[in-house]
Design a protein around this ligand. Sequence first.
Ligand code: ATP
Length: 207
Amino acid sequence: MAAGRASAYAIGLTGGIGSGKTTIANFFQEYGISVIDTDAIAHHLSAPDGLAIPAIRQEFGDAAIASNGAMDRNWMRGLIFSDSGAKQKLERILHPLIRQECEKAAALATSAYVIFVVPLLVESGNWRKRVNRIAVVDCLEQTQISRVIARNNLSQEQVLAIMRAQVSRDQRLAAADDIIVNESDLSAAKRQVQELHRQWMGLASAR
Ligand code: ATP
């Protein structure tokens, strides 16, 4: 371990696609809190010279690697679409590395608590065990759909297909210790972040 402190109080921040996880996590970062984003880490791992590239090449062959040395995302998407086992094979490579990189980042963090942003946290027993608290960013499903259509230029059907592969809003809310309602303007979300930051600072220092 790089840092000599006990592992920091850990918040798992989750929410459905387009709920506003990144937006909310950025607000916590403004308070100096270390935010560890599993999507960003996954992206890094499969970028040129990423730690996962050798294992991806070994598992799927040279065709899986683009000329710039990154995982060829389009090729992999196509494979996963036609071969149901490919997704699990890729996850078996990525998940342990994501976890390892998260732990490295958490060990280096100096803030009173750390936030892991994990889109599929409720779906993952390992992540649920790892964090001290689960915070869910919540909004109406229709709001998720509109935001993702606007951001990614996807169709309603494509967004719904992604949402169907995630736990339902009710299941996610049932797992929450804290809920951040991100339905209206950002100042309303910021006020909730301010209050949760106050609470989590208290919980982290009381341990
Ligand atoms: P994903 O699961 O796809 O990674 P996410 O949960 O991290 O998404 P964001 O990227 O933070 O969500 O937000 C999705 C989109 O909605 C972004 O374009 C963001 O700017 C916008 N957005 C988030 N919160 C609000 C809000 N309260 N009002 C208006 N737009 C918002």
